[in-house]
Ligand binder design. Structure first.
Ligand code: NAD
Length: 492
């Protein structure tokens, strides 16, 4: 079911609503926020509710009431519903991709890739409905059956960021519902439309009646959700700072949390690497999705012997990326998502330049030859010190820092010298060093001689250090968040 829409300036402006139990509804306060396309600020993409405490409480209440019947349905039937949702998303592939591009800014081809990845994730998750079991174990006593089984934890809150506005909400909603939990989804206030389309598909697939609820808003909505005593778990993706706040707020009542957080991901390039392969891969990892991936490559740690040659190749490739709006088929680099993010990119870059770094390409905002929007020129910085802000903190934009190392050990030390541990890549012809990196890089996801981004639905999406807390997403590990174990000893 679509909520009412109206037309503005040739494109539709979506009137997005909360979904609570069986109703699409406004925020109780009537407050609304507007969202514009970051790659074309004339395009008003949506109006969405700016919700508050009462809306969250109503959604949690609806999820609580829906829980007994949903649990009773069993994982096989619930898996069929997740599979139907996958089919419905696939049928609306272009509509989803356009919504993602208009409200988030990424290139249409990237948005289509996100839709396809989401469908694959849901198909994988749906199939797990036939495998969600426990074990039978040996018993100490005769004529006794000892077994373990999983039970859903109850009502869960799903708090998501804007950078994958479809895939991340989907990879939380699907396992939550499949495991028998009911849910309240709170998407990023920057990307409300895609979340609404996703919820429409799940409702049409059979997850209505309060099983899946949707509440729009910002920090306040998230905080109320975290504090609600009915909510048994919070699955969160976003920044380390907000993840820490959620974990701290929930700790007194032992709230279960799954926190997927930021990254400061490095590509280590050794002297024997194929430099063209490395440069192509690093540019894809650093500037794909305008650098706004938790796994985006934002540091290159390169052996001094090949530093100058690699920098030349990186600069050439980055400078050749055509910057423009996401719906423009010629664009190779879209905008960043908001004015705040643009400012963060500019501030981080200016600080690095003031500390002695050199912009071999880019270094500033782009306003010429692009629509009105939040465009940062693809930026490659050299002479970056390992302990500087830009080398240590997530900038989350198309800004790549190059650091020099002397050999593998020195490179490894620099790669591991940050508080984050999301993803990493190594480029080398030496298989032994690649395998040593496997053992010694402090990152959840390692790539060898390929871009440091991307994953498969059946593999854990996992970080190390401050990038991650709790069970991983996108793999069988996810059940350890949405379910808890029960044991039984049955005499017969
Ligand atoms: P963010 O932390 O600012 O916000 C994430 C979500 O939390 C939003 O829905 C926001 O409204 C909500 N929120 C804000 N304050 C809250 C509070 N006090 N309590 C509860 N909820 C609150 O992150 P963002 O800017 O939306 O996204 C970018 C961040 O997400 C980056 O750090 C990026 O690395 C990270 N990210 C991580 C992964 C991963 O899998 N590890 C994937 C994508 C993005």
């Amino acid at each position: 079911m679509m909520v009412p829409r109206r037309t503005a300036g040739g494109r539709q402006t979506a009137e997005v609503r909360n979904r609570i139990a069986d109703q699409w509804c406004d925020a109780e306060s009537g407050r609304v926020q507007e969202n514009r396309n970051p790659g074309d600020l004339a395009d008003l993409v949506s109006r969405s509710p700016d919700s508050g405490t009462a809306d969250v409480q109503a959604a949690v209440g609806a999820a609580q009431r829906a829980l007994p019947a949903w649990r009773a349905l069993g994982p096989i039937r619930r898996g069929e519903i997740v599979m139907r949702a996958a089919r419905l998303i696939d049928e609306r592939r272009e509509e989803f991709a356009e919504a993602v591009t208009r409200e988030q800014g990424k290139l249409l081809r990237e948005a289509l890739g996100e839709v396809d990845r989401t469908v694959a994730l849901l198909e994988y998750t749906a199939g797990e409905g036939r495998r969600l079991g426990g074990a039978t174990l040996p018993a100490d006593d005769p004529r006794t059956l000892a077994l373990t089984r999983r039970e859903p934890i109850g009502v869960v809150g799903l708090i998501t960021p804007w950078n994958f506005p479809l895939a991340i909400p989907a990879w939380k909603v699907a396992p939550a519902l499949l495991s028998g939990c009911t849910a309240v989804l709170k998407p990023s206030p920057l990307t409300p439309l895609t979340a609404m389309l996703l919820v429409e598909c799940f409702l049409a697939a059979g997850a209505g009646g309060g099983v899946l609820n949707l509440v729009y808003g910002g920090r306040e909505v998230g905080e109320v959700l975290v504090k609600d005593p009915v909510v048994a778990g919070i699955s969160f993706t976003g920044s380390v700072e907000v993840g820490r706040a959620i974990h701290t707020a929930g700790a007194p009542r032992f709230l279960r949390t799954q926190l997927e957080m930021g990254g400061k991901n490095a590509a280590l390039v050794l002297a024997d690497a194929d430099l063209d392969l490395a440069a192509d891969s690093i540019v894809a990892g650093a500037f794909g999705q305008a650098g706004q991936r938790c796994s985006a490559t934002s540091r290159v740690v390169v052996d001094r012997a090949v530093h100058d040659e690699l920098v030349r190749k990186l600069a050439e490739r980055a400078a050749a990326l055509q910057v423009g709006g996401g719906l423009d088929a010629d664009s190779r680099l879209g905008p960043v998502v908001s004015a705040d993010r643009l400012l963060a990119c500019l501030d981080g870059t200016r600080q690095a330049l003031a500390e002695g770094a050199v912009a071999v390409t880019g270094g500033d905002r782009l306003t010429e030859g692009v629509p009105q929007g939040y465009f940062m020129a693809p930026t490659v910085l050299t002479g970056v010190r390992p302990d500087s802000y830009i080398a240590q903190e997530e900038i989350f934009g198309p800004v790549l820092s190059v650091l020099v190392c002397d050999g593998f050990e020195d490179g490894l030390r620099i790669v591991n010298s940050v508080r984050y541990g999301m993803a990493a890549a190594i480029f080398t012809a030496d298989t032994s060093l690649a395998l040593q990196a496997l053992e010694r890089v402090d990152a959840g996801m390692l790539h060898v001689n390929r871009p440091g981004v991307g994953a498969y639905p059946h593999m854990p999406h996992i970080g190390a250090k401050e990038s991650q807390y709790g069970p991983a997403e996108c793999s069988p590990q996810v059940w350890d968040f949405y379910t808890e174990w029960r044991t039984a000893c049955i005499a017969y």
